[in-house]
Design a protein around this ligand. Structure first.
Ligand SMILES: NC(=O)c1ccc[n+]([C@@H]2O[C@H](COP(=O)([O-])OP(=O)(O)OC[C@H]3O[C@@H](n4cnc5c(N)ncnc54)[C@H](OP(=O)(O)O)[C@@H]3O)[C@@H](O)[C@H]2O)c1
Length: 306
């Protein structure tokens, strides 16, 4: 299968590229941002007409939370117009298009939110992702929305993490792993203004689910997440135990002053993925299974002894 992948140099995109090429032998075409800016409608169309992929997986975003409210025109172009460009070009070559989306389309009171729960975003990022979802659902001839959540894993194009612990779940366990492996204490953020509950997902597991959706040409909304919910501290403790690191190095406390962006994030973004699991004929991994796989990936990535 030939797949055009956007955002392949990013965290999620690099894991998608890895899974599609290394495990499934897909022919992945992944021009970088400098080569193909997705806000350029003509270029996107021309590229897809020239390469005629069977599917497009759209994982690119402008990842700048402050920027999304500082420059709303740029944000709209980078999310909604870029998605429209991708969808229209995919339609022109009759390709399935999969938008990688997020649990943050929900407001934080809806968890566990099923695939058909109406989105109700509370910040600019959630709004732009929900608008992008609508573009795919309403405009793509064969459109799929793959919501991922609390994404953990290794970044396959960067040796260092681009971010540390933040108000979301992303990068939480990789940050914890780095600290505890070095014998340093790690404080798990607790308190107001945080995404406190989610359905953690290994990036490579999400990529596997997206691959299955491509193979089955499944359209509509999918929750490509793990099979067990967790709060931040429970996840951190279970991870430290699974990584055989010192759980006593874990603390819980408020985030450092100024580290929570204004605007708020959804508190409880647990996803119900029963319909997705049935449609893809898979059993979603529980936390321990997910953490064992993450441990293997972290050790492989860091080259450190298990
Ligand atoms: N990370 C998470 O925890 C998480 C959770 C839920 C959902 N998601 C979803 O997963 C997807 C990927 O997120 P991520 O964390 O992997 O982001 P990321 O690491 O910041 O990667 C974003 C990618 O998009 C590219 N890009 C940005 N603007 C572009 C443009 N105009 N044209 C072409 N490429 C462009 C970037 O290239 P440059 O760096 O060269 O600009 C980069 O490769 C997003 O759809 C996000 O909503 C992520």
């Amino acid at each position: 299968m030939r797949v055009h992948l956007t955002g392949a140099t990013g965290f999620v995109g690099s894991n998608l590229r890895y899974v599609l090429t290394e495990r499934h032998d897909a022919d992945v075409l992944a021009p970088g941002h400098a080569e193909l800016d997705l806000t350029d409608r003509t270029l996107v169309r021309r590229r897809l007409l020239a390469t005629r992929p069977d599917a497009v997986v759209h994982a690119a975003i402008w990842n700048d939370f402050d920027g999304l409210t500082r420059d709303r025109r740029r944000a709209w172009a980078a999310y909604v117009e870029a998605t429209r460009n991708v969808v229209d070009a995919a339609n022109a070559v009759e390709a399935q298009v999969v938008l990688v989306s997020t649990d943050w389309v929900f407001d934080g009171t809806q968890g566990p939110a099923a695939e058909d729960e109406p989105p109700n975003p509370i910040n600019a990022y959630g709004f732009l992702k929900a608008a992008s979802e609508l573009v795919v659902l309403e405009r793509a001839a064969r459109g799929t929305v793959a919501r991922i959540a609390g994404v953990q894993g290794v970044h396959r194009t960067r040796p260092e993490l681009p971010r540390r612990q933040d108000a979301g779940f992303g990068y939480l366990l990789a940050s914890l792993f780095d600290a505890l492996s070095a014998g340093e204490r790690f404080s798990v953020w607790e308190g107001e203004g945080l995404n406190a509950l989610a359905t953690p997902t290994l990036a490579t597991d999400a990529a596997e689910l997206i691959w299955r959706a491509l193979e089955r040409e499944l359209t509509g909304i999918l929750h490509c997440c793990g099979g067990e919910h967790a709060d931040r501290l429970t996840l951190a403790r279970r991870a430290a135990a699974a990584f055989e690191l010192d759980v006593d190095l874990l603390d819980a406390g408020p985030p450092p002053a100024g580290s929570i962006a204004p605007g708020g994030v959804p508190r409880d973004t647990r996803l119900d993925a029963q319909a997705t699991a049935a449609a893809l004929a898979v059993e979603l991994p529980d936390l321990d299974t997910m953490l064992a796989r993450l441990r293997a990936e972290l050790h492989e990535h860091c080259g450190s002894a298990a």
